[in-house]
Design a protein around this ligand. Structure first.
Ligand code: AMP
Length: 282
């Protein structure tokens, strides 16, 4: 496994791959890797002949009062996990390498980028779309694998790839969870023992919605009410949003007959967690 820190170094490896006619699978991450990230790497491995993982804590996607400074940076440990998972190349650029002085171009997926997390975190998806677009240009993947965990991000990036005619396929991998249901997240490391227990309410709320939907309930209002009731059982959880939306447009739906995304975000102490559930087409 090669670890490269420069755009030039990454490009050189990509040119070699092109010369050899290799397909490339790409997994963009911010590091502090867990089993969820590794499941994405394995998905890329199943498809591609060369697997590239980027590790970059992207300053552009953090708000001024968010956890950019505090975000865990564990490159050595990450590399030790990535090699057995099947990564061939780790691209870990510095902030200066990705954003040289004077860079002013941004990618903004208007409208979609303001919904769900985009509403709570102004500018977040502009940062995500800009960095992912740059990474796509540098790595030129055949497939790029993202997690369903960040469902709004998937919608924004799908739209970006479509609108900008990017020549690659987005692949979405399911949410990896702890055995008790908590969605794996690098930010789980911030949780105290009590907050970690409180955070399980997110999964409980989504499970309640899934069960109610399985009985044939398709009214989004009823399903939302059901989730809110479960969330209310954990007063320590401060709800950011709970929405039932179309997974592509992120617009609220009244009916879930054609499938829907149930997305939730809540604070547990200083830590904001997200989770979601895709309701199937009935
Ligand atoms: P991050 O490092 O948090 O930016 O995440 C990098 C990628 O891993 C994104 O595509 C995330 O959606 C994905 N990811 C994060 N957590 C999980 C999880 N629990 N299950 C599946 N994918 C995940």
């Amino acid at each position: 496994m090669k670890v490269v820190h420069t755009v030039t170094g990454m490009r050189a490896l990509r040119h070699d791959a092109t010369a050899q006619g290799l397909t490339v699978g790409f997994v963009p991450t911010m590091g502090a890797l867990h089993a969820g990230h590794l499941s994405l790497v394995r998905e890329a491995r199943r498809r591609a002949q060369l697997v590239v993982v980027s590790i970059f804590v992207n300053p552009l996607q953090f708000g001024p009062n968010e956890d950019y400074g505090q975000y865990p940076r564990t490159l050595e440990k990450d590399c030790a996990l990535l090699e057995p998972a099947g990564a061939d190349v780790v691209f870990a650029p510095s902030s200066e390498e990705m954003y040289p002085k004077g860079a002013t171009t941004i990618v903004d997926v208007e409208d979609l980028g303001m919904k769900l997390d985009g509403g709570s975190r102004p500018g977040h998806f502009r940062g995500v779309a800009t960095v992912v677009s740059k990474l796509f240009h540098i790595v030129q993947p055949t497939w790029a694998v993202f997690g369903q965990k960040d469902a709004a991000q998937v919608a924004v990036l799908r739209r970006m790839v479509h609108d900008l005619n990017m020549d690659l396929e987005l692949v979405v991998a399911p949410i990896a969870r702890e055995s008790d249901g908590l969605a794996l997240s690098s930010r789980n490391a911030y949780l105290s023992v009590a907050e970690r227990r409180q955070a399980l309410v997110l999964h409980r709320a989504l499970m309640a919605v899934e069960q109610l939907a399985a009985t044939g309930e398709t009214r989004a209002g009823q399903l939302r009410q059901c989730a809110l009731q479960v969330l209310a059982t954990e007063p320590a959880a401060k709800l950011d949003y709970l929405e039932i939306v179309d997974p592509d447009t992120l617009d609220a739906v009244a009916e879930t007959l054609h499938g829907a995304l149930v997305a939730v975000a809540a604070w547990f102490g200083p830590t904001r967690l997200i989770d979601n559930l895709l309701l199937p087409v009935r």
